[in-house]
Design a protein around this ligand. Structure first.
Ligand code: GUN
Length: 289
């Protein structure tokens, strides 16, 4: 039996929050005399999107940032959203903004993302930021991926030369984290395999992973018999079962005693993602001319 250590995202996010608050006080309250400001565009009525957005707003209030929420509830067109993006791009008081995903089918997601000013793209989804990330240039990095590497770094987990298996190739998590883990960088230099819905024999890959990053949105998908002893597991899943219990993508009980490190759900990657969005907003605000 191995003692599985938990990678505590809640505790780590509290430390980062303290640091962001300190910078807001020093640079904004005392010097610039205004607060960093996050814009949020919420489209439609997805319950999970509303929960995510509410949590982001709570975090803004908690940390002392301004926010503007624009919610298109129904009878909106793609043009309405594009107009709001133009407004936020132009608004000198808004440092950065996000459009909560997913979007409904009649909205062209690529057109929406391409219309965001990359300097305000605190989600890091615009091709200018995504491309810069892939080229090791300074950019906004998607919050979940940034949260994962920040947590690994916090616990001084060695990534260099390890085999990372990423399950899921979403543009929000799987794709960006696979790029970051393989970058020629202090945090990176890992050998990365991406596993997805068309992969044959997923277990072959999960069993040879040194680091397993699971982001597929299937509750308790990874079981103890699919991993090797000592693996480091990052569970990105936030699956709402009947809206009263949150389960990760990893069967927690069956991997305890086999994994060396594990992120709990809740309290692992979720709080890290929220705080990293605000960290990106702070970065945008510090760049405001
Ligand atoms: N939906 C799920 N995760 C995210 C995220 O990180 N950003 C946005 N904009 N939408 C999401």
């Amino acid at each position: 039996m191995i003692t599985t250590k938990l990678l505590d995202g809640s505790k780590t996010s509290i430390e980062i929050r303290k640091n962001i608050k300190k910078i807001i006080k020093k640079e904004f309250i005392n010097k610039k005399k205004y607060l960093p400001h996050l814009g949020i565009i919420l489209v439609g009525n997805y319950i999970s999107s509303k929960i995510y957005v509410n949590n982001k707003i709570k975090e803004c209030k908690n940390i002392g940032m301004n926010f503007t929420l624009k919610h298109f509830k129904s009878n909106y067109s793609e043009g309405d959203i594009l107009q709001e993006i133009i407004n936020m791009n132009k608004n000198p008081l808004i440092d950065g903004f996000i459009i909560q995903l997913p979007l409904e089918k009649h909205i062209d997601k690529n057109k929406i993302i391409l219309s965001i000013n990359p300097k305000k793209d605190v989600d890091g989804f615009h091709p200018e930021n995504f491309g810069k990330m892939a080229l090791d240039m300074n950019s906004f990095i998607p919050a979940t991926a940034l949260g994962i590497i920040t947590l690994l770094n916090k616990y001084k987990i060695k990534i260099n030369g390890k085999h990372t298996v990423v399950i899921g190739r979403s543009k929000i998590v799987g794709r960006p984290i696979s790029i970051l883990m393989s970058r020629k960088n202090i945090i990176g230099n890992s050998t990365v395999t991406i596993v997805h819905s068309k992969t044959k024999n997923i277990e072959f890959y999960t069993k040879i992973a040194d680091i397993l990053i699971v982001a597929i949105g299937k509750p308790q998908f990874i079981k103890g018999n699919m991993i090797k002893n000592g693996v480091i597991i990052i569970d990105v899943g936030i699956n709402n079962i009947n809206y009263n219990k949150i389960l990760g993508d990893v069967d927690y009980k069956s991997v305890i005693g086999k994994a060396s490190y594990l992120t709990p759900v809740p309290g692992g990657i979720g709080p890290m993602t929220r705080i990293m969005l605000l960290n990106n907003t702070l970065k945008a605000a510090l760049n405001r001319k």
